[in-house]
Ligand binder design. Sequence first.
Ligand code: NDP
Ligand code: OXD
Length: 315
Amino acid sequence: MPNNRAQLYLAGIGDRAAIWRQAFNDVAPEIDIIDHTPTAAEQATIEYTLAWRPDPDVLNNLPALRAIFGLGAGVDGILANRSLPTKVPLIRMVEPGLTQGMVEYCIWQTLYHHRRFWETEAAQLQHQWLDQYYPAPWDRCVGIMGLGEIGHAVAAQLTAFKFKLRGWSRSEKQIAGIDCFAGQAGLPDFLSGCDILICLLPLTAETRGLLNADLFALLPRGAALINAGRGAQLNEADLLAAMQSGQIGSASLDVFQTEPLPADHPFWRQPRLFITPHNASLTDPQSAARLIAQQIQNDRAGQPLMHIVDRSRGY
Ligand code: NDP
Ligand code: OXD
């Protein structure tokens, strides 16, 4: 077991590095934080890194590296580095604040589409008193793609609003109160009943481009789409076409092919499309710093690390 102080290198975190340094100083002062490009001496000794979109040249040159902690639940930005050392465990973020923020966002956006608030907003701009009809939640079905840490938590909270619930995952599941479907074979049946579709999938080879015209065609006409997974899961041109034809009635997007979303992107001008800037949720630095410090302590004591990404699955 190493007996020196642990060093954690903040890789590809951009202007949030100061917040993370402060969080570790506050809750885990036993860890040395390196938030600059490591010197040759530091490169030789760094054992841990916290990464979002790291520079591959730096990450691939840390011979003592023992674990890569992803700053987010999605690790696609780290796995984009094809030469990432395979023997170093990659750990995704499972953090209560991150999960709670996603629950809030999904409840907010589900109610937004259920109650057609986009229609009310448009009417208000025209000084119109709009009397709307909307069905009871038990007559509205919300489908969740991805029943992992976040999808499961979102489903649990949506239950309290009394929506009909469906879920889709890679492996078969049985969850009380949710009609569960699995795999490509289960996708058409799953989609056929979803009035509001929420995507909470990780970006992998299988989920890239999944939200496309073929998939939209399997939804009930006028369904709402909420994508808070990853932008590369959505064929953006197909969504515009589906919204123009009325196949997709309204949508909320938090993630995009290009982020920040370019100022001239047609999404900005698309009615019934609600945009948030990839901040559906944020990892809470203090809570995450505590969890990472505990993982480092466990690792140094020879205990197993938790939430290791299965590289063959990509999540
Ligand atoms: P988990 O790994 O806990 O869950 C992933 C879920 O997706 C699992 O249920 C898994 O199925 C399912 N899944 C994966 N691949 C497929 C597939 N090919 N077909 C069907 N189902 C599949 O991840 P989290 O819940 O923690 O996070 C999910 C994603 O949410 C992240 O990867 C990230 O992209 C996104 N996210 C976005 C945020 C934002 O601010 N917009 C914030 C946080 C997360 P199974 O259960 O069978 O393994
Ligand atoms: C995440 C994210 O994956 O913030 O956690 O998108």
